[in-house]
Design a protein around this ligand. Structure first.
Ligand SMILES: [Zn+2]
Ligand SMILES: [Zn+2]
Length: 148
């Protein structure tokens, strides 16, 4: 892991996105284009399948506050959604306020790379991505975060 974290990752500045109904608008000051897929059981429940997100760091501006509801999904994170159209807006870590935003919120993204898959041990057997990616178990993910 250490080699890849040292290399420069493709990213986009001031990336704009919005929910399905347009009531909530998102601006990420620095959006990495290295997408991650989460196969955990919570994400499967939340969205009906794996959650595909981009790391947006902590500098995220959200417009439409009264349309944003959050769900306290674990001790370490919460999930935001538009309470008008149901679009999933973010997965946010409580510890550092880091946002992971579903890729589909952003319009006309180019050069996105599916970089990693996490909670791979919880992936149901009925689908499998053909992309060559890093794969991490849930335990490996927790180990990475606790090491930071
Ligand atoms: Zn909406
Ligand atoms: Zn998940």
């Amino acid at each position: 892991m250490s080699d890849s974290t040292l290399s420069v990752q493709p990213s986009l500045q001031n990336a704009h996105g919005q929910c399905l109904c347009g009531k909530v608008k998102v601006k990420a000051v620095q959006l990495t284009l290295m997408a991650g897929a989460c196969h955990c059981q919570y994400c499967q429940k939340w969205g009906g399948g794996p959650l595909l997100t981009l790391d947006a760091g902590t500098e995220v501006k959200l417009d439409g506050a009264c349309f944003i509801s959050t769900f306290n999904s674990s001790d370490w994170a919460e999930r935001g959604f538009c309470n008008n159209c149901g679009t999933h807006l973010f997965y946010r870590l409580k510890q550092n306020g880091q946002y992971f935003i579903p890729v589909g919120l952003f319009d006309q993204l180019k050069d996105v790379v599916l970089d990693h898959q996490i909670f791979i041990e919880q992936k149901p057997a009925w689908y499998c991505f053909a992309n060559q990616t890093k794969q991490l178990t849930g335990a490996e993910v927790f180990a990475l975060f606790s090491a930071e």
